[in-house]
Design a protein around this ligand. Structure first.
Ligand code: A2G
Length: 455
């Protein structure tokens, strides 16, 4: 099993590390012992299906979180962020409390720290002095939160002399990010650890596996941020979708005579029933109705009380949700899972029209996210339309949605004209965005995974 690489960095050559080191010395009066880095990601296709057990197809991006670290025996955690917007934080390492109601930045660090200490059963954890520097835009669907969780876990692992494999770290971080309250799948953490420069990855779950996906050479992926922010831990949008998927799986399971309480994910129900994804879509049509289900109706079908339903199927922040859309959510998941497989197959087989096929899959994915999963927003839909009009072969929302970024696949020889057109049609139309084009609209290449660096 592969471990996270430990490499060398020169702070003279790499000016970003140089600046982080300066900040560290200014904050703590000494040099850091080492640096850890974990990247953000862009998901090319496969949205809101990882927590249903289905494979996704992301790639790491260059933007990342770097943490400079020195460990000690003080039993304290001290965090400084190079971005002054994010205040300093200090606490007793043996007394961590993660605030789910108001998830401030340092809570993501605490998730990784607590997760690693519990997983490795560390009894006397090292004290940590850290400087955190992040370049991933926040609440933009590029996984700034998971990069911080993963980087914090890596910092804690190294400081406490532990050595987990990339896979163990991925699974552990997917689990511990849930301390913040969102019930995400494992895509973001897996790609952050398992990415390799130059290749996208098919990420499969249970067991976790990553496979290189060679993207066509004649296209470039361009990220554009609609600049509507969604903090998924601060709202219940995300968990409502997770719960809708869980309820739909359980109703299908019960109707088909399975022990429904043992099921939480579509992929497990599909497997137990021996269905193909197309057959699963037909089962959805046969069993679920399109109108939203009331909570009482769900309880009636599953033969449970409202309190029992809370135990078997709901999350803390979805207890008060009154209606659930099950038919459309299920149709999205099964069809999106299918699109991921087709995307991968097209990349492998490289037909002459590969980039057109991939572009169409991306467009269909966006339509499904917008109409069936309802996880987009007006500005993001408008941006996706502009991207398609500006020469993209395909464009779709990426990440959790409800704001944040679109990813577009653009012919390599048209990237400049694409960027010019999207700049004029989206960013120059809004005075607040005019000055912020370069950080919100950029081409990206598959980046590398998490690493530790020594000077
Ligand atoms: O939304 C978020 O990025 C989730 N990550 C990820 O698992 C996936 O479900 C995605 C939508 O496809 C976290 O919750 C950390």
């Amino acid at each position: 099993m592969e471990n996270v690489p430990v490499g060398k960095v020169s702070v003279e050559i790499n000016s970003r590390y140089g600046r982080i080191k300066d900040k560290f010395m200014g904050s703590y009066g000494k040099k850091p012992d080492y640096y850890a880095r974990a990247s953000g990601r862009v998901n090319l296709i496969g949205e809101h299906i990882d927590y249903c057990g289905y494979s996704v197809l992301p790639m790491a991006i260059e933007q990342d979180v770097i943490i400079a670290v020195s460990s000690n025996d003080s039993g304290r955690l001290q965090l400084v962020n190079t971005n002054m917007e994010y205040g300093m934080f200090e606490c007793d390492i043996n007394d961590l409390s993660i605030n789910k109601e108001k998830p401030v930045w340092h809570n993501y660090f605490l998730c990784g720290l607590k997760g690693l200490l519990e997983h490795c059963k560390v009894t006397s954890p090292k004290g940590l002095q850290c400087v955190v520097d992040g370049t991933i835009p926040k609440s933009a669907g590029l996984s700034s939160s998971s990069a911080l969780v993963c980087c914090a876990a890596l910092v804690t692992m190294h400081a406490n002399g532990q050595a987990l494999s990339k896979k163990e770290l991925s699974d552990m971080c997917a689990h511990c990010e849930r301390f913040i309250g969102t019930e995400g799948g494992g895509m973001d953490q897996a790609i952050s650890f398992m990415a390799n420069k130059g290749t996208a990855k098919l990420i499969e779950f249970n067991p976790l596996k990553s496979t290189d996906v060679e993207l066509p050479e004649d296209v470039v992926f361009v990220i554009s941020n609609c600049c509507v922010e969604l903090n998924k831990a601060a709202t219940s949008h995300f968990n409502i979708r997770v719960v809708e998927c869980r309820l739909a799986s359980q109703i299908i399971a019960k109707t088909k005579g399975l022990k429904w309480r043992e099921f939480k994910r579509f992929a497990d129900v599909q497997k137990a029933l021996g269905l193909t994804l197309d057959e699963a879509i037909n089962v959805v049509k046969e069993i679920l109705h399109q109108e939203p289900y009331t909570k009482e109706e769900v309880c009636g079908i599953l033969e449970v009380t409202v309190d029992e339903l809370a135990q078997t199927s709901l999350s803390a922040n979805t207890l008060d949700v009154k209606t659930f859309k099950l038919h459309d959510r299920a149709t999205h998941v099964f069809s999106e899972a299918n699109r991921v497989l087709q995307f991968k197959k097209t990349c492998d087989l490289k037909p002459a029209d590969a980039s057109v096929v991939l572009g169409n899959l991306m467009k269909d994915s966006h339509t499904s996210c917008r109409d069936l999963y309802q996880c987009s927003c007006d500005d993001l839909d408008r941006l996706v339309d502009i991207c398609c009009q500006s020469g993209a072969l395909g464009s779709r929302l990426t990440g959790a949605g409800w704001g944040g970024c679109a990813v577009s696949m653009v012919p390599a020889n048209q990237v400049d004209s694409f960027i010019k057109s999207v700049t004029e049609k989206y960013y120059w139309k809004d005075d607040r965005l005019k000055e912020k084009v370069t950080e919100n609209l950029f081409a990206t290449q598959p980046g590398g995974g998490a690493a530790i660096y020594l000077e």
